[in-house]
Structure formats: C-alpha cells, structure tokens
Design a protein around this ligand. Sequence first.
Ligand SMILES: Nc1ncnc2c1ncn2[C@@H]1O[C@H](COP(=O)(O)OP(=O)(O)OP(=O)(O)O)[C@@H](O)[C@H]1O
Ligand SMILES: [Mg+2]
Length: 511
Amino acid sequence: MSEYLLDMRGIVKDFNGVKALDGIDLKVRAGEVVGLCGENGAGKSTLMKVLSAVYPHGTWEGEVFWEGKELKAKTIRETEEAGIVIIHQELMLVPQLSVAENIFMGNEITFPGGLMNYAAMYKRAEELMAELKMPDVNVALPVHHYGGGHQQLIEIAKALNKKAKLLILDEPTSSLTKSETEILLDIIRDLRRKGVACVMISHKLDEIAAVCDTVSVIRDGTHVGTRAMSEMDTNEIITMMVGRQIKNLFPREEHPIGEPFFEARNVTCLDVNNPARKRVDNISFKLRRGEILGVAGLVGAGRTELAMAIFGCYPGQYEAELWLDGKKIEIDSPRAAVTQGVCLVPEDRKRHGIVPLQGVGANITMAVLETYAKFGVIDAESELHQIGKSIERMRIKTASPDLPIRGLSGGNQQKAVLSKMLLPSPKVLILDEPTRGVDVGAKYEIYKLMFELVRQGLSIIMISSELPEVLGISDRVLVIGEGQLRGDFINDGLTQEQVLTAALGAVGMAA
Ligand SMILES: Nc1ncnc2c1ncn2[C@@H]1O[C@H](COP(=O)(O)OP(=O)(O)OP(=O)(O)O)[C@@H](O)[C@H]1O
Ligand SMILES: [Mg+2]
C-alpha cells in the first residue's frame, strides 16, 4: 500500500482551451495537514473541485489515487462516501432552511421506515455547535438569521458531521474573527490527532504556518514545490508563490494630506429585525483630502452598516448627515452616492458586488454605462477600450473580457469590483474589506493603487479586520465597537494593542 492517502498525478483541466491546471501533482498522507498556497487564479480551488468530483472524472486528465486505488468518481456523493469532504470557498448553505436542516441536507437521520428523526438531528446539531464553541446558536432558526462568520462555522459543522478521511477547507477563515479562527485551527489539530487529513487553502500565511505540516505551492496551474513547514517561514512561501521576493508587505508612501473634505454627522442605523437596537449609534467623523482613514473593530461592530448608510443602501431605518467639500449632500441611493462622488466597494462581493453571469467587462463598466451612451446608443468601442485599460491596470486574470465573471478566481473578482468603482472617478472611496481573499502579490498592488489614488486627491475609507493592514496603510484609524465610535487615532506608531483596547471599550481620543 502506498504511503499516501491521496496521490494526484498530472492533473490537467482546461476551460474552453484555457489551461487552469497544467499537469499538477499533489500528495497527502493520512493525518497530514497540507497547506495549498498560490496566487489568485493559480488553480487551487479548481484542483480541489477535480478531487471532489465537482468536475467529474472524464472532464479532466490525469490520475487520482485514493488509498492506493484509482478513483474515477463521477459525483460528489461518491467522493464523500470515499471520505473526501470539501468546504467550498463560497458558502453553499440554503439561507431559508434551519441550521439543523442545512447540516443534515442530503444526509438526514431517519427512523426505520423513512420518517425524519428531527429530535436526533437537533441533538446532533447542538452537539456540533458546542464542539465549534457556538452553544448559543439555535439550530431550529433559519441560517440567514446568522452572520457570515457563524455561517462559515455552520458550513464546517456540516462537513464535520460527514465521516471525512480528508477534509478540504477552501479559504475557511476569510469571514471568521480571530477567536473563531482559533477555534477552527484547534479543530483541525484535533482531527489530525484522530488521523483525519486536511488540505487547507488560505491567503493568510500565518494560519498556514500555525497549522500545516507541509505546504504545496502552485503557480499558473503547475506545481512549484512541496516542503515541510518546519523547514521554512512565511516569507519563503511568498517567494515560492510569486516567484520573487516581496520585502515590505505594506508599501506605505508619503503623501500630502489636506483639509477636512468629507464629513459624516450623527450616523445612526437601527437593526432591521429589531429597531430597538442600534447597529450604528450616533457616529460622526471627518475625512481629509488625500487621507486614508482605516476603520477597525471587531466583526459585527457596525462598520459595514456605517458604510452602507453613507452609500445610501442600508436596508433598515437610518439617519446620516453628510457633507462634501463644504456642501451638505443628500444621498438616498447608491446611484445618488455615485453621482455625487461617493463610491463603495462592498464586503460581500457575491451578494452586492457582481452580476455573476455577466461578462467581466460588463461588470466593470456597469456603474458608468451612461458615459458610453450617445443619444441612447452605447459606444461599444470606447467601452471596450476602457475595459481593456481596467483589466491591464489591475492585472485581472481572465481569458477574455466576455467571460462570465463567476468563472474568475475569487481574488480576480475582487479586483474587477474595485475597477468598477474607480471608473466613476469618485472623490471619496469606501473600501469594505478590500483585500479579503486576495493573494499577497495582488494585495500589494491594491495598496499601491490606493496610494496612487490619494496622491491624486481622492480620500479613502478602508474598513478592514486585518489589523496589520489597517496599521500598515492608514493615516488615521477610527475604532468602532458595538456601533459606537471608540477611538480616533492618528497612525503614528499606533499599535495593535491600542486599537484592540479601544475596540473592547476603553476610550481613546487622540486625534
Ligand atoms: N468555471 C470556470 N470557467 C472558466 N474559467 C475558470 C472556471 N473556474 C476557474 N477558472 C479559471 O481557472 C483558473 C484557476 O482558478 P481557481 O479558482 O482555481 O483559482 P484559485 O487558485 O482558487 O484562486 P483564488 O485564490 O483567487 O481563489 C483561473 O484563471 C480561473 O479564471
Ligand atoms: Mg479559490
């Protein structure tokens, strides 16, 4: 018997002639935790979809050996029965169904005779919630009742409930808080002790370093190398990923900062389901011309709601008094916001950022289509020209601008959404988690772009849960906690501790 639980050899997968995987090998031992790293579009998710038969045997070339025997699975059910369980990058839960129903979907516990045994399913679901340190979750409530982080953990519970020999986690922590991430990493360690192997895909290399035994790096659909984590550090992973060294992850540049230019006064948002609760509680702040204002806080603190209120798209009741360039402005819809120079790149790109089936190009020019219209007719040539420029500027990896955007890798979708919001030439650009799911190289490019924009006089509000990013890029930092402004700091040697202390309730007003 082979020493490997999984041995993938020479996998080739192409999409309409474009090779996403070009002869990749991947090996995993029983109980081994393998980090799968690579830039956006390198082919990580595609390789795992080949393995789990999302792409059935016959739609790709190469061989997959599982427990020493060739696996030619045609369906996900077959791979699951073999013990291969995947948690996809994009959540697959059905929002209207209950937590328990989602966990047991396709896998229901029944009485002999076939009737659903709800009591047993609820009990098991509750056990899983306790294991994931979420004892407060009511497993009878619909999933949409819970936020992104909880949903991610529910998805993980669903996978844990299947008998996995190999668990594949595709960017499992992108919407988890620090403490939720710790819980997940502990679960992976626990599974390893029980002999369950893991493939973990993440752009957060510190997590890879914390939990993985080996790291396999892929680039442009080929295997670059596999090494023991104990023999290298995260910098070496980066070098393997991008093929060059990136010394300074945060390329902060000096830039002039002008007078206060944009102001939000008394922003208050009421909870959609429970108007007695304030999601944002009377927040006021100023933004200077050419300034990058970081907005830090714990997940759920009200940062996204604040951004939505400013952009005119908060779904519940809200108030916000806005001033731009000395004049009071009225924003009651995203359209009004964009026309007046305020743009938002949303956090949840799948829900608000893209039209999945439309082309990459059409997605990019969506917000400014009128600009290309003369007498109601779209000037296709100048539109195409602009799309070409955007794709080049952000180095968006796509075979063609006509390709449906959902075919792009996660990080490249994010770059396309950013391009879209730059076309209306905003004066104030709000970026909500702009580098979520984005690889180190592309992060670097996004930061560079931000500095280029502020040097041209634009002002940026950047919401981010990555404290190193907030501290590495911002000129000033707002800290939000439980809907309130808890701190407003000039970022001159500001530390993570100072920000966290403020987020947790201690007040600090230095700016
Ligand atoms: N359904 C599809 N149709 C066409 N092209 C696709 C499809 N799925 C993936 N691709 C292409 O295959 C390549 C690999 O994509 P994949 O999603 O595997 O990247 P990834 O390494 O997971 O990236 P990320 O870190 O951004 O998630 C990309 O160039 C992508 O555009
Ligand atoms: Mg991916």
